[in-house]
Write a protein that binds this ligand. Structure first.
Ligand SMILES: *Cc1c(COP(=O)(O)O)cnc(C)c1O
Length: 831
């Protein structure tokens, strides 16, 4: 993986805008410092240096970007358009240096200017344009698409405020606004000329066009303008540089003063404020209904802009509308962009005069849908009145799609009206709702889940009727993560060891990691392996001290659970384990206990009280356990604040143990599990999501499995889950719950955790207590395994060695082959 730019610049290695040598970069940085920041070295602040370097890197990306776009415009290509309401792309500078292969020359260039590259990297604000796994998946896919030289565009929303920043005060989560744009974003290129109008509200009526055809005209009450903001997405050591195009909402420009009296002027200003609000803020997951109107408006806004942009690109290519599906494959990342089914029909039928049948054939052929959740509360539906009010033409189109679709169902299943009601795009029980997962399914030629188990459950539960009707449309594509960011960039010490041992090439062909198996028992290699892990743990320990003040021992087992806080992910099960170990120590201070450092990280949705209480519990336990002299440092508990991609970079590589303990059947795939595995952590986990495939790859001997299977979970629920039974059977569990209820971790307050205890002992749908005993027992096995250093190291090496399947390159190759039928396109840099 050593810096090895596979490409030279068109103007030679020394051109200041494109050259890849240290000297050229240095000249570029000085030019940009002066010309874009109006600074010279003596008065440059660190942030000016960061910006000057970022712009210099961007200059180099743009040469590749221009070559890529020019090639796509001029040749017969198929393009993958990835529509996602979230792109959690993480810090860009380090990743771009790695992908361009110029990290060493950038370091040297900056050193020559008396500036430390690592200091600049640490300054970068990350664009928090996503909640967690789903948004990060979209970002990993863009990296793989470019690396595999696939023509692609990511389409999303340029939120002014991304996911909130998390602070911890008195153990509670406090949210602050994410000010990622405050100092400017050097990676984005605003394109005022690439802008589209999106209508809202108003009414529709029928009219006859010039050719005498009946058509529908929609007159909206307000229009919002979407302006393209592009971020270049470079592949690793290739010339391909694709585009992430995010839409920013703006008011219709410069309303005409002549047309307004004074009162209307203020009304017009107000309209401007409303328009700009559309892309203002990212919605956190797991929030209740409130404010949904704006979210639907956001979804329609970015979907409409994106589809209009594709039609524009088709025009530029000189292709007829009928070629839409030949050129574009539109992947819907969950139901958030599913309104695309109706909007593409509207654009084709109303605006391009395509017949309904042809438009439907195009839409079906172009669109594909990825489902990300089976949790009923996360399946999107919109109230009919809301949708009719905001998008009157869209709702008409949805009704027409539904009418034709239900005719098809009735033909296949005559007399089965129950089935018709189940499958309808409109839920007619009580208040009418539009079911977005049904819309996405009916309008797509391919539907996939994100891990084997999830895809199977999808066909058995949420989309069962659809899988019976169209079995050939259902696929699985197990998620993956990019090994560039989550191994090469974030774990340079391990990357170096891999290069030394198996040679370069694994970064783009992760299956090559298998070659490590030959070294799993090699004592010298094992020692180097442990040194790498140890140095990563020392870095995390330092960060923990800086962020929380807690001192942790880097020799302890680092037991890590980082992910959004949610009851289904069961951070509280982990918390019960810690209390269990703590209690054992109190009863027997001489106990031979494997020293462990528990690290948690993750945000809770601001409106999700139980998740916030779980954070409070973890911090309450930390406060007590970390300070009890009887514990004597053998247990440490850390809640690392503000888990995001930037912090993830030093957390995953430092983990010994990866906690993947969701209730079986609830985690669609997980991707954190894959990042841990790649970096040599062992997993303790349930048979859920991609854990199952991780265990298949690594082997049962190298995976700590526990808990109920998805089938067993359902069986327990059907029989009536009685948490009290588990407490009765298990005295230790009863005592642990009692300690928490008693106020031991809430400074004597016996009310604080009552809702949590009540939930666990009365009606918990995530069956925490049912899995408690198995979990604790398996953790005892983990502790025992840790005592055998050579055995643990071997297992750690084998986890990395067998992580090849979980590269997002493999996942994207599957999408290309099975769903999109897209081939790579080689980009030449010559003019
Ligand atoms: C990978 C990742 C996630 C997803 O983690 P899961 O364990 O799969 O839920 C969430 N947030 C960030 C910042 C990530 O990098």
């Amino acid at each position: 993986m050593a810096d090895a730019p596979t490409t030279t610049s068109p103007d030679g290695a020394d051109a200041p805008r494109t050259g890849l040598s240290a000297a050229a970069l240095q000249r570029g940085v000085l030019d940009n410092l002066l010309c874009l920041r109006a600074r010279y070295p003596e008065i440059a602040r660190p942030h000016d240096w960061y910006m000057a370097l970022a712009y210099s890197v961007r200059d180099r990306l743009l040469a590749r970007w221009a070559a890529s776009v020019r090639t796509y415009a001029a040749t017969d290509v198929r393009v993958a358009c990835y529509l996602s309401a979230e792109f959690l792309i993480g810090p860009q500078l380090g990743n771009n240096l790695v992908n361009l292969g110029i990290e060493t020359s950038a370091r040297e260039a900056m050193r020559g200017l008396g500036v430390d590259l690592d200091m600049l990297l640490a300054l970068e604000e990350e664009p928090g344009l996503g909640n967690g796994g789903l948004g990060r998946l979209a970002a990993c896919y863009l990296d793989s698409l470019a690396t595999l030289e696939i023509p692609a565009i990511g389409y999303g929303i340029r939120y002014e405020f991304g996911i909130f920043d998390q602070l911890i005060r008195d153990g509670w989560q406090v949210e602050t606004t994410d000010k990622w744009l405050q100092e400017g974003n050097p990676w984005e290129i605003v394109r005022p000329e690439v802008a589209f109008y999106v209508g809202f509200g108003g009414h529709t009526h029928n009219e006859t066009d010039a050719q005498g055809r009946l058509c529908v005209r929609w007159t909206p009450t307000r229009q919002v303008k979407g302006v393209a903001c592009d971020i270049p997405m470079a592949g690793y050591h290739v010339n391909t540089c694709n585009t992430l195009r995010l839409w920013k909402s703006e008011a219709i420009e410069s309303f005409d003063l002549q047309d307004f009296n004074a009162g209307d002027y203020y009304e017009a200003v107000n309209e401007k404020v409303i328009s700009e609000t559309l892309s203002k803020v990212l919605y956190p997951n797991d929030e209740p209904e409130a404010g949904k109107r704006l979210r639907l408006a956001q979804q329609y806004f970015f979907v409409s802009c994106s589809l209009q942009d594709m039609l524009r690109l088709l025009d530029i290519k000189g292709e007829p509308v009928g070629s839409f599906a030949k050129v574009f494959n539109v992947q819907l990342n969950d139901t958030h962009p599913s309104i695309a089914v109706a909007e593409l029909m509207r654009l084709l039928v109303d605006e391009r005069q395509v017949s309904w049948d042809e438009a439907w054939a195009i839409t079906r052929r172009a669109l594909a849908y990825t489902n990300h959740t089976l949790l009923p509360e996360a399946l999107e539906t919109w109230g009919l009145p809301l949708m009719r009010g905001l998008l009157p033409r869209i709702i008409e189109i949805i009704y027409e799609i539904n009418r034709r679709f239900l005719d098809e169902v009735r033909q296949r299943f005559p007399g089965d009206e129950a089935r018709v009601a189940r499958m309808s795009l409109i839920d007619e029980h009580g208040d009418k709702l539009v079911r977005m997962a049904h819309l996405a399914t009916v309008g797509s030629h391919a539907i996939n889940g994100v891990a084997e188990l999830h895809s199977a459950l999808l066909k058995q539960t949420v989309l069962r009727d659809f899988a019976e009707l169209w079995p050939e449309r259902f696929y699985n594509v197990t998620n993956g993560v990019t090994p560039r960011r989550f191994l090469l960039l974030c774990n340079p010490a391990l990357a170096r060891l891999l290069d030394d041992t198996i040679g370069a090439g694994w970064e783009t062909d992760l299956a090559q990691l298998r070659k490590l198996e030959a070294y799993a028992d090699d004592a010298a290699f094992q020692a180097r392996w442990r040194d790498v892990k140890q140095s990563n743990k020392a870095v995390l320990a330092e960060r923990i001290r800086g962020a929380t003040g807690i001192e942790v021992d880097a020799a302890a087992l680092f037991d890590v659970q980082v992910k959004r806080i949610h009851e289904y992910k069961r951070q509280h099960l982990n918390a019960l384990l810690i209390v269990t170990l703590y209690r054992r120590l109190l009863r027997n201070p001489q106990l031979a206990l494997t020293p462990r450092c528990f690290v948690f990280g993750g945000k809770a949705a601001p409106g999700y009280a139980m998740a916030k209480l779980i954070i409070r519990l973890i911090n309450g336990i930390a406060e007590v356990v970390n300070h009890n002299p009887l514990v004597n440092g053998r247990l440490k508990v850390v809640f690392y604040p503000d888990f995001n991609v930037k912090n993830a970079h030093f957390i995953y590589p430092a983990a010994d143990l990866s906690e993947q303990i969701s209730t079986a059947g609830k985690e669609a795939s997980g991707t954190g599990n894959m990042k841990f595995m790649m970096n040599g952590a062992l997993t303790i986990g349930t048979l859920d999501g991609a854990n199952i495939e991780i265990r298949e790859e690594v082997g049962d001997d190298n995976f700590f499995l526990f808990g109920l299977s998805a089938d067993e979970v359902e069986r327990v629920k059907r029989a009536g889950y009685r948490p009290a039974d588990y407490v009765k059977e298990n005295a230790e569990l009863g005592d642990v719950l009692e300690l928490i209820a008693d106020g031991r971790f809430s400074r004597g307050d016996r009310e604080m955790f009552r809702p949590l205890i009540d939930n666990l002992t009365q009606a918990d749908p995530f069956l925490v207590l049912a899995d408690y005993a198995a979990y604790v027992a398996r953790q005892d096995d983990v502790s025992a395994a840790w005592q055998d250093t050579r055995r643990w190291t071997r297992m750690s090496i084998l986890n990395t060695a067998r992580a090849g399947k979980f590269s997002s390159d493999r996942a994207i190759a599957e999408y290309c082959e099975k769903i999109w039928k897209i081939e790579p396109v080689r980009i030449a840099l010559d003019r």
